[in-house]
Design a protein around this ligand. Structure first.
Ligand code: DCP
Ligand code: MG
Length: 349
């Protein structure tokens, strides 16, 4: 066995952005369980326990060892009493009663199902649940239900979109995006971001950052790329958002700014023949293609590094950055940057 054992010398930062977390998770049995509870509270819109379970999960994912007893948790940050109780149950019985109860909870199951549809968030899912709807066929046959274009597309391509995207498929999509972007501007800068940039084997979508060296030129880039993809027959769905990035209003050092870059949420048609080793399909279907979710974001070049960092994620890794922005005192800001606080009078450099 090569897995490290818990060591008293291991110190784990409370901040995700100061921890090294690879895709290898030694504590999946615990994190899978805690993620169920986090999601349960998210659906209930109870933020405290949701955040607590997500933070605990994130800490456990960073550990280079398998947790084998409660003593292993002694010096770890972000693990509350509730989390420890769940973990103790799992250590003792191999499962948690509370998690199993949650998994069989009707509301949890229904919201999990509904939110698995592209375009359906917890609010819509909860509304449908309160209307007594429990299945897709309930939703699709209910007279008063209006589905927006995104949700219609979500149901239409449900099988494909809910199936994980493989690395080989991500590579094939990379070539398609590369070709489309270079047809518009040959000196474009294109980078793979999101989970695949972090080394994940599978993702729910493929994320790319595209821009041009010429400042301002990026404003028309995405609309042109979208036209090109359409012309070539790849485009199944497009939700384009123009830039709302306002230099005058946003602080220059800002991760929040990443939400303001021009972006589009796409569904593309990926042909089997373009994917090395074939499509990631569970059943052999004769179509020879699948639908895949692709996100493109297009920041101005001088914001490239922020956009790359932000869109590479993970959400947890970004969290501290968001907290940094939400800091209300100078002390918070120093602390979040890992710096010792210096008083205003000590800043006369
Ligand atoms: N992101 C963020 N906050 C959001 C949405 C996204 O910080 N509300 C950032 C972090 C994500 C990255 O963008 O890691 C890409 O978003 P995805 O939803 O595609 O997440 P991943 O690529 O990490 O995971 P997956 O493999 O499921 O696509
Ligand atoms: Mg992604």
């Amino acid at each position: 066995p090569t897995t490290a054992v818990a060591s008293a010398a291991v110190t784990v930062s409370q901040y995700a952005c100061q921890r090294q977390t690879t895709t290898e998770n030694n504590n999946k049995i615990f994190t899978d369980a805690l993620e169920v509870l986090a999601e349960y509270y998210e659906f209930k819109e109870i933020e405290g326990p949701c955040l607590a379970f997500r933070r605990a999960t994130s800490v456990l994912k960073s550990l280079p060892f398998v947790v084998q007893c409660l003593r292993d948790l002694r010096d770890l940050p972000c693990l509350g009493e509730h989390t420890k109780a769940i973990m103790e149950e799992i250590l003792e019985y191999g499962r948690s009663f509370e998690v199993e109860q949650t998994l069989s909870d009707e509301r949890y199951q229904t919201l999990k199902l509904f939110t698995s549809v592209f375009g359906v968030g917890p609010k819509t899912a909860d509304k449908w649940y309160r209307q007594g709807l429990r299945s897709f066929s309930d939703v699709l046959t209910e007279p008063g239900i209006h589905l927006n274009r995104m949700q219609q597309t979500g149901f239409l391509h449900y099988g494909d979109i809910s199936r994980a995207v493989s690395k080989a498929e991500a590579r094939a999509l990379g070539s398609i995006i590369d070709e489309a972007v270079r047809a518009i501007t040959p000196d474009a800068i294109i980078a793979l971001t999101g989970g695949f940039r972090r080394g994940k084997e599978f993702g729910h979508d493929v994320d790319f950052l595209v821009t041009t060296p010429e400042l301002g030129r990026e404003r028309s880039l995405l609309p042109d790329v979208i036209d090109e993809l359409k012309k070539k027959g790849f485009l199944l769905y497009c939700d384009y958002h123009a830039s709302t990035f306002d230099m005058a209003r946003l602080p220059s050092f800002s991760f929040e700014a990443m939400d303001h870059f021009a972006k589009c949420f796409l569904i593309l048609r990926l042909e089997e023949g373009k994917v090395e080793g074939g499509l990631n399909s569970s059943e052999k279907d004769s179509r020879g293609w699948r639908a895949v979710r692709v996100d493109l974001v297009s920041p101005p070049l001088d914001r490239y590094a922020y956009a790359l960092l932000g869109w590479t994620g993970s959400r947890r890794t970004n969290e501290q950055n968001k907290e940094f922005l939400a800091a209300t005192t100078e002390k918070d800001i120093f602390a979040h940057l890992g710096l010792e606080y210096i008083e205003p009078w000590q800043r006369n450099a």
